[in-house]
Design a protein around this ligand. Structure first.
Ligand SMILES: [Zn+2]
Length: 326
């Protein structure tokens, strides 16, 4: 079990149970009730008389401190069962309601949650506004709050009201796709022999330069549509277009089709003013006219009463109603 490489200050607290008795599958975010540094938080957790700690803390400047290693259980959420399975994070906050955290703390919190999920195999954060769903981990819910276990306002309404947004931002960084924080992730676990096609059902699936969230995102999203995958590695698929790799594991976002080996065909374009569009529909921007000639179509979709064909060249889509299939 590793610790976060984002940590810049470590002061291990004696207030812990070593090792934890459950694998890490939950994140519990707390508010410090004080705009403190990571060093000050280390001082607070240092005396054994304090009987309190957290795995990580985020200082008011956005620095991240570690006080209990991930292999160990922190004493943070007033609940042994929760803290044995959770990574606990204390965030520097205001001292009064709604215990707001600043933008640096928020940004560091997103980074830290992404890192925790990646290293511990958590594919998606799932938040629920229903306490029963949270404490019983129903529907894949894997975020809990201190107020579930003690008469406390922690994590404060500022954080509490943003936990769905935090899940969305973390999930977008993990795999792309910004949808559904309250439904469990369904997983694609097996894939046909390559090449095969997938239907992407969310507009914002990240394209990355390699097969994993540790690879940098290209800054581009797939958009909705059908894509041909030429190689699969660790649940990631290489786009035939050469644009990069996409995560195939989330079945809510990606439907896996069969083999794509025989789906391409040729068409003759005989008119001079056939638009090439950036997507399958007249609502997509044009990308110039398609010169007369023979073209290979690798994918088709219906939209707006037309059948659209994707040009193998990658230039875009054309309305096949104005072309002749060869
Ligand atoms: Zn707390």
């Amino acid at each position: 079990m590793s610790n976060s490489s984002l940590v810049s200050y470590t002061r291990i607290s004696p207030n812990k149970t070593s090792p934890r008795n459950h694998s890490i599958d939950t994140i519990t975010i707390h508010c410090v009730v004080g705009q403190v540094t990571v060093e000050r938080l280390g001082e607070i957790f240092a005396p054994s008389s304090r009987q309190a700690s957290s795995n990580y803390g985020i200082g008011l400047d956005g620095k991240i401190g570690m006080y209990v290693e991930e292999k160990d259980r922190s004493w943070c959420s007033s609940n042994s069962t929760n803290d044995n399975r959770a990574i606990t994070i204390e965030c520097a906050s205001d001292t009064t309601d709604p215990y707001a955290i600043n933008d640096k703390v928020y940004a560091a919190l997103i980074d830290l949650c992404v890192d925790i999920c990646q290293r511990n195999g958590i594919k998606k954060l799932v938040w629920s506004t229903d306490k029963n769903t949270r404490v019983n981990h129903l529907n894949g819910c894997n975020m809990t709050v201190h107020r579930d276990y003690a008469a406390k306002s922690c994590p404060g309404d500022y954080i509490y009201n943003r936990l769905g947004q935090i899940a969305d931002e973390v999930n977008a960084r993990l795999c792309g796709g910004n949808t559904g924080t309250t439904t469990p992730p369904a997983s694609n676990t097996s894939f046909p022999q390559t090449p095969f096609t997938v239907q992407v059902t969310v507009p914002d699936l990240n394209i990355r330069k390699g097969a994993g969230t540790n690879y940098v995102a290209t800054g581009k999203y797939t958009g909705k549509g059908t894509f041909t995958i030429t190689e699969v590695k660790n649940g990631w698929g290489k786009l035939k277009s050469g644009a990069g790799w996409i995560c195939l594991e989330n079945a809510d976002w990606v439907k896996v089709n069969g083999s794509a080996s025989d789906t391409s065909f040729k068409v003759q374009v005989s008119i001079t003013n056939l638009n090439i569009r950036k997507g399958p529909g007249t609502n997509y921007a044009t990308n110039g006219y398609c010169p007369k000639g023979v073209y290979t179509i690798t994918d088709t979709q219906s939209a707006g009463g037309y059948t659209w064909g994707k040009l193998k060249s990658g230039a875009g889509w054309i309305a096949l109603d104005y072309a002749e299939k060869l």
